[in-house]
Design a protein around this ligand. Sequence first.
Ligand code: GDD
Ligand code: MG
Length: 382
Amino acid sequence: MFIITLYIIPISLVKNVKALILAGGFGTRLRPLSCTRPKLMFPVANKPILDRILKNLSEHGITHVVLAVNYLADILIHNFGNSKYGMKISYSYEKKPLGTGGPIKKAEDLLNKNDEPFLVLNGDILTSINYLDIIKIHKKTDAIATLALYEVEDPSRFGVVDINGRGQIRSFVEKPKIEEAPSRLINAGVYVLDQAIFDIIPAGKKISIEREIFPLLAMKDKLYGMKFEGIWVDLGKPNDFIRANKLMLDLIANEKLFLEKDVKISKNAKIILPVAIGKGAIIEEETHIGPYVSIGEGVTVRKGTRIENSIIFSKAWIDHFTSIRGAIIGEGAIIEGWVKIEDECIVGDHAIINNNVTLTKNVKVCPSKEVKKSILEPETVM
Ligand code: GDD
Ligand code: MG
């Protein structure tokens, strides 16, 4: 009886629910990797974050997803096409970025075919939230927007709420100074919006839903929140990206190496879990890989190299006796022999790091640049 009840409630609730994913940000804080790909294409344990979001949505019964795109839209369209995981995918293309609110109004025709509320997701969030819970809570009130809320130590990078015991948000403030934050409960970037939102967001304008719409709804008692616990990471900065990769590896590769097809690993390589290795990668002898390493498709790791707590994008070439710790290496980058890269350094796509070079403390190398000398202080190589 209990099982039947649980089953019936979710299915009836998700009927006809659509989701809009905000997928157009520049990912400024993730440069230089975001110079060549949208943030949503960043691989987390070897799969683009958008792929993981779409899988999650389809498992919750969503059938139609609208991607609000502009920056590097072609890459997303090329990779995801018109359907994925059994869901229809449509694109709403902005010629000029419309912020976080404008794209919702722009996609009105795609989202208002029925009278149902719909989900809106920031595309740069990895979370274990149950989308059905928030839809269910939204339907119980007269809210125009219901926000998923998550508790964090430092809310100053986020939208922060003051909420009462009935789940009503009294005020919403975007990126407050830490001493002015009304609580530590933040907007987790997952909302349910009612069709009435289309009468509130003006058309054709760049609008910040967080600065211009949510405070207004709070004033009108039409903004509600649902606190949740579990996994939640925003991929804003390189550090977040390494953390998201770690969390995902803990979930999928803790007990067994997450291995794709045609990988060649020397039997003298030492793999310390959790580790994910992509299709066609080659790991030579006397290498130490892990813990917390994702190695993308077609990567070569040569003899004697050590990689720990790092993300290696596809087709990178890591030569012999090199050491990489806490760093991100872009697609097709060439890291020559006896190199040392650590402390949140980022090597852009197709960059070349010459033999014997050391990069530490947040050095960022732009795509296709060559680094010939060691850099030991934060610097961007342009
Ligand atoms: N289509 C479109 N057009 N999407 C955009 C645009 C745009 O002009 N600008 C940003 N986005 C997308 C981004 O790609 C991202 O998926 C989402 O909107 C949020 O933008 P961010 O730039 O990542 O915002 P944030 O991280 O500083 O803050 C937001 O997320 C926090 C949670 O991570 C806010 O919603 C905060 O209130 C929230 O706490
Ligand atoms: Mg963000």
